[in-house]
Ligand binder design. Structure first.
Ligand SMILES: [Fe+2]
Ligand SMILES: [Fe+2]
Length: 442
């Protein structure tokens, strides 16, 4: 691959604070949201300023979910920030995604969540014309996918799977044949090509293979299509997770998917990516740093994590809310048990042995530790850790249930082993990191 270097920032979810960031409805919403809204504009401003200072690279790529939920006002303010970055000498390439348009845009007024005007899909490419679309050497009108030559000999295939004109999160036959033309043209012109797509092409962690919206539809087919047509690298977002994965097509071609976290929520990372003259790909992860807010004495990353912990538990407790009769009683018991128990209490109840220290940990902390570690990447709970041993015993105890469910979950002729899938989701057993990694792209 020809040399190139760029920043990768994704899922910026910019929210214009004039739309309301106070009140009961806002607080209630934030009790189960993974990422920040009130802080988002300052996080983005500060991160883009830091990127502007780096004179080693002049390219910034943002693969979708630019705004919180498509609010026109958020787009306008975000675009202003992009122009500021452009003035510093950077070329910026974006694609838009599901959170960038539609009728679900909202604001907060007088303790209420209210609807506000959202952007229309058909106007997005015009709004962002100076950030990729205007430089396109090929443009797919129905989806707003495009190709841009971001530097000499390097083309970016920007795949948009979140248009109004095709199934969401999918690459249909028509879009694939347009993309094939582009890969062939790149070869003819002696250019290297990599891709960006909002949706992960390869599930970020094994268990996401079972979650419909967590990756592109028919992902093995799409991954094989890209790899077999000379695309060796794809940059993705959407799941707000840090992961790096590789996939080999049946012809033996490899695709690497670098999925990057949401910029404005835990784990709050972005990346710097370089391919050198020997085709060595280097992926480097950078933490979102100080964004000018008082973080109550906490490290910036801890400040982000607190919100994520709140969101994980908020979602669980909300799911346990409501119901009638016995269901209501059981749900209430569930809430009380999770809120007041330790890991040891649960282990005792199920007749498991548990490491003494882990046994003292509050159940709520344990649940959020696992959740946060999955989204941070390089999940630490590998064989030999007390957490692995506990979860492994639990899965073995219920293996008769897992074995019954597995055949129903198998897809594309690939057999599923739920125990292995779940254990590889809590512990990274790949031979490379989800944060900083190197690959030869020859
Ligand atoms: Fe997102
Ligand atoms: Fe998304």
């Amino acid at each position: 691959m020809h040399p190139v270097s760029f920043y990768l920032v994704t899922d910026t979810h910019y929210f214009e604070n004039k739309l309301g960031v106070e009140g009961k409805a806002f607080d209630d919403y934030m009790s189960r949201e993974q990422y920040f809204m009130k802080e988002s504009s300052d996080i983005i401003k500060n991160t883009l300023d830091r990127i502007a200072e780096d004179k080693e690279t002049d390219i910034v790529i943002i693969p979708g979910d630019l705004s919180k939920n498509g609010e026109l006002e958020s787009h306008k303010s975000f675009i202003k920030e992009l122009y500021r970055l452009k003035e510093s000498g950077k070329k910026i390439y974006v694609i838009t995604a599901g959170h960038d348009y539609g009728d679900d845009s909202f604001a907060f007024r007088d303790d209420k969540k209210i609807s506000v005007q959202g952007a229309r899909f058909e106007t997005l490419h015009e709004m962002y014309k100076d950030f990729g679309y205007g430089d396109a050497i090929a443009f797919d009108e129905p989806t707003h996918s495009y190709v841009a030559e971001i530097c000499n000999g390097v083309r970016m295939l920007a795949i948009c799977c979140d248009s109004e004109n095709q199934p969401k999160g999918a690459m249909d036959e028509r879009l694939m044949s347009w993309a094939k033309e582009q890969t062939e043209k790149a070869k003819e012109d002696n250019c290297s090509m990599f891709a960006i797509c909002h949706y992960p092409i390869i599930p970020s962690v094994p268990v996401f293979d079972l979650v419909g919206d967590a990756k592109i539809k028919e992902w093995r087919k799409v991954a094989s299509f890209l790899a077999d047509n000379g695309v060796k690298l794809v940059l993705t977002g959407h799941m707000h997770i840090q992961s790096i994965n590789e996939f080999y097509s049946s012809k033996g071609n490899r695709l690497i998917d670098v999925c990057t976290a949401c910029l404005v929520g835990s784990p709050a990372k972005y990346r710097k990516i370089t391919v050198d003259e020997n085709s060595l790909l280097t992926v480097k992860t950078i933490d979102v740093g100080d964004f000018g807010w008082d973080t109550n004495g906490l490290d910036v990353q801890e400040y982000f994590d607190i919100q994520f912990r709140k969101a994980i538990l908020g979602k669980i407790f909300r799911a346990l809310n409501g119901g009638k009769g016995i269901v209501k009683h059981l749900k209430n018991f569930g809430v009380k048990f999770i809120s007041t128990s330790t890991v040891g209490t649960l282990a005792h109840l199920l007749f498991f042995r548990v490491d003494k220290q882990l046994g003292k940990r509050k159940l709520t902390d344990f649940i959020s530790d696992i959740g946060i570690s999955i989204f941070k990447g390089d999940m630490p709970y590998v064989k030999g850790t007390p957490e692995y041993e506990l979860i492994s015993s639990f899965l073995r105890r219920f293996s008769f249930v897992l074995k019954k469910v597995e055949p129903k979950l198998s897809k594309d002729g690939v057999k599923i082993n739920l125990e292995e899938m779940l254990l590889n989701t809590i512990g990274n057993n790949k031979d490379f990191s989800d944060a900083d990694a190197e690959f030869m792209l020859k």
